[in-house]
Design a protein around this ligand. Structure first.
Ligand SMILES: [Zn+2]
Length: 156
């Protein structure tokens, strides 16, 4: 069962709920490719301004060995409602984008680093219908897609 909007809002409002929320997420098709999904809070020393969610390949990736699972770190920004207004926005970024990076890393994506952002974003578009993303997220996605890929996304 997937996490709900109510659970998301509880995590938004309290740092103590954030790890529990991540624990409850069903990573769906990204599950086989993710070793750890962890919440990394900001500290006095590190206040993250732009980082939202990051995927870290396994060591073997550096040696160009296929397989292996990635660690995904989720930062406080991911729980800002101006970044992810609802749970669908959050899951789109986490599963359909970062999870897709983890999938490609597992399959040996050092051969195809070029275009990996476009492929991850296209995977988000493919899954938009089931995510119920907010209009704000959609608008920002279109802007980002156009900036990164130099063409407008085809969203049905
Ligand atoms: Zn990406």
């Amino acid at each position: 069962m997937q996490v709900t909007q109510e659970e998301y809002m509880r995590a938004v409002n309290s740092n103590t709920w954030k790890p529990a929320f991540l624990f409850r997420i069903d990573l769906e098709e990204a599950l086989p490719y993710v070793s750890q999904l962890i919440f990394v809070p900001d500290t006095q020393e590190i206040m993250r301004i732009n980082s939202v969610i990051k995927t870290f390949p396994p060591i073997r990736f550096l040696f160009q060995i296929k397989g292996g699972k990635s660690r995904i770190e989720v930062y406080e920004n991911a729980f800002r409602t101006d970044v992810h207004e609802n749970v669908g926005d959050f899951l789109s970024s986490l599963i359909d984008h970062e999870g897709f990076h983890a999938y490609e890393i597992n399959k040996g994506s050092w051969k195809m680093v070029y275009g990996c952002e476009k492929r991850a974003m296209d995977n988000q578009i493919k899954n938009f219908p089931k995510r119920n993303i907010s209009p704000t997220y959609r608008e920002k996605f279109v802007e980002m897609y156009t900036r990164v890929n130099g063409l407008e996304p085809k969203i049905n």
